[in-house]
Design a protein. Sequence first.
Length: 117
Amino acid sequence: MWLPIFALWGCVPELDKTCLLKDDMTNASSTYLGIVVGAAIGIAISWWIYNRQDKTSREQDYILQRIKNLEDKNAKILIKLETFAKRHDEFLNKIILLNESILVIDKKLQSMTEKQK
């Protein structure tokens, strides 16, 4: 199938036994050889670039997943810190109210002891 196509483009003594030029490589032969070698080099370079990009994208996806996991953990920690801060504020307010109550009771006791004297 390919032989008639190559025959149209020129005499290729490596493929066609009826070609008259058997001693030297013809322009057509060198062209076809150049195309094949160029395609092989192009395929090799394309595969190498694809492989490198695929490896890089997998590493980036892994890093992005780790960053997402860290952000989730940080969000949970922030929620816990906010809950702790709210409880701390509530506890502090209760202590302040208790202190005020103690001061009021102390004043009442002092006034009662002063009245008894």
